[in-house]
Design a protein around this ligand. Structure first.
Ligand SMILES: Nc1ncnc2c1ncn2[C@@H]1O[C@H](COP(=O)(O)OP(=O)(O)O)[C@@H](O)[C@H]1O
Ligand SMILES: [Mg+2]
Length: 507
């Protein structure tokens, strides 16, 4: 019982009886605070006291009656225990008052029952209050859970394998699009599953039932309107309450949107890969030309030396020593040709990005060697200002070659026919990254499209693809750097890109 005094409303016309009741309560050690009233008006206003714990009421009063008081009390304070304390209370009346809602009754001839009756009433009222609080808390947490399920599009379920009984939360009904009045069964689930996924799902369910192990699954549903949903299911076998029971509790999440996003992402990646390949094929033409040019020399050397060697061998007597010398010259030339092909081999590689330590200066020199021929054909000179102390970066070498080639070819194309100069510089940038700049003295960025040059398919060239710059920017950004363009002085354009220094990135 509570330590603070019991606050009791006592409806009693007899002062003697009122005092007697109070004495009995207190003599039994109950600490109480009694408010006595005699009339209906007093009773009604006393009922407003929120601190009241209990009502004790006489049954018959001169100007008021106990049943009316009981009805008033139930109307105003349904939770307050109400005990009749009365001199006269026949059996029928007693039954009636209890039916009406009185908590108990005590006869004035048996006042020894008063304290136990009060104590019991208080105990029960406290239990009722606690139960109500627990029920409220439960209702609230159910409401939160249901809201959370709706927000996360995750429904819950319970499945008693032995009885076949299945419980679904509201969200699960929504996901499967069934009326909440439906009794879900395994068949109910299977009916919604996409026909192509059905055998597999059936197998998962059957295996879960026989092996009684946790399971996860992802499958498609076909809704009544023909639309397709993707759901992910996880289920956990709950610890058995008895040896026979097998119960799974699980969650089913509508992952349709995530799936769509994944598919869209994969589609974009594919598109990007296709564009990168197209870009590479278009650069391959340039490469083929420069390769042919580079290899022509050693091959020509081989042809001449081979003819000479034949002559030495056919002379009488054969000039073995001279023949030996020309054959080693042939070996050298063939080695040179093989080296040239090896050097360019990486460019023909397909496939995903592979970071490795890369010396940017080396990549630049390599690309210059490749494009020398294209530049010569257009009387363009290539200059470099390379920082000899340049740090390494971690990058996909082929992708960086591709970026440099795009920028350099663009520069050459912008200077076609007016013998300009292409300058490539490397240095450590202000932001601590490595910076490469490719500048030309060509036509300059298109006036109307300076902002658009990085858009896919934007080109001002009759046979351009408009892929080079957007792709290069993508490559650089995927390496954690930036790529941008400026006007060059006095004319032409300059493109800069940055990449992080190796120590900045985990290799
Ligand atoms: N160095 C440059 N000088 C002037 N304009 C350039 C330069 N580089 C690129 N551009 C402009 O940007 C456009 C897009 O370039 P890019 O994406 O490489 O595609 P493409 O070279 O196939 O046109 C070019 O068509 C051109 O208008
Ligand atoms: Mg281009």
């Amino acid at each position: 019982m509570a330590k603070s005094p019991l606050r009791i409303l006592l409806l009693e016309d007899s002062t003697a009886d009122a005092e007697l009741v109070q004495d009995i309560l207190e003599s039994d050690g109950l600490c109480c605070d009694v408010v006595r009233v005699q009339t209906r008006a007093e009773f009604v206003s006393a009922l407003e006291d929120r601190r009241l714990d209990l009502i004790l009421a006489d049954y018959s009063l001169p100007s008021f009656d106990g049943i009316s008081a009981l009805k008033l009390a139930i109307g105003a304070r349904p939770d307050l225990p109400f005990i009749f304390v009365s001199g006269t209370l026949g059996e029928e009346v007693a039954i009636e008052v209890l039916k009406t809602g009185a908590t108990d009754y005590v006869l004035k001839t048996k006042l020894s029952r008063l304290v136990p009756a009060v104590q019991r009433a208080m105990r029960e009222s406290k239990e009722r209050a606690e139960r109500r609080k627990a029920e409220q808390a439960l209702r609230r947490s159910e409401a939160y859970l249901s809201e959370a399920q709706r927000l996360s599009q995750t429904g819950s379920f319970g499945w008693d394998v032995v009885s076949g009984q299945i419980y679904w939360s509201d969200e699960t009904f929504r996901i499967f699009d069934y009326d909440p009045a439906t009794t879900p069964t395994v068949q109910t689930v299977l009916d919604r599953v996409h026909p192509e996924d059905r055998p597999r799902v059936r197998q998962t369910i059957e295996r879960a039932a026989t092996e009684q192990r946790d399971f996860t699954d992802e499958y498609r549903l076909v809704m009544p309107d023909g639309s397709v949903k993707h759901v992910a299911v996880v289920a956990h076998r709950t610890p058995a309450e008895d040896a026979q029971s097998v119960v799974f509790v699980g969650a089913v999440t509508d992952v349709t949107e995530r799936k769509r996003a994944e598919e869209e992402h994969a589609r974009l990646r594919q598109l990007e890969a296709d564009l990168a390949r197209i870009n590479r094929v278009s650069m391959m033409g340039e490469l083929a030309a420069s390769l042919a040019h580079e290899i022509r020399q050693p091959i020509a050397g081989v042809a001449i030396n081979a003819a000479t060697c034949l002559r030495w061998l056919q002379s009488e007597p054969p000039r073995i020593e001279d023949a030996r010398r020309t054959v080693s010259a042939i070996v050298n030339d063939v080695k040179r040709a093989a080296d040239i092909i090896d050097r360019n081999h990486s460019f023909y590689r397909r496939g995903g990005s592979r970071p490795e330590p890369v010396d940017l200066n080396e990549v630049i020199c390599h690309m210059i060697a490749l494009l020398r021929d294209a530049a010569d054909r257009n009387s363009i000179s290539i200059r470099t200002e390379l920082d000899p102390e340049l740090a390494m970066t971690s990058a996909d070498r082929v992708q960086l070659q591709q970026v440099l080639m795009n920028l350099m070819l663009n520069g050459i194309e912008a200077m076609k026919g007016d013998s300009g100069a292409l300058t490539i510089t490397s240095k450590r940038g202000e932001d601590g990254q490595l910076m490469v700049s490719v500048s030309d003295s060509g036509t300059g960025l298109p006036v109307e499209g300076a902002k658009r040059i990085f858009e896919a398919f934007f080109t001002t060239k009759p046979d351009g693809t408009g892929i080079g710059l957007p792709l290069s920017r993508r490559i650089i950004e995927s390496h954690g750097g930036r790529l941008w363009a400026d006007a060059n002085t006095p004319r032409g354009a300059v493109f800069h890109f940055t990449v992080p220094i190796t120590s900045d990135v985990a290799l």
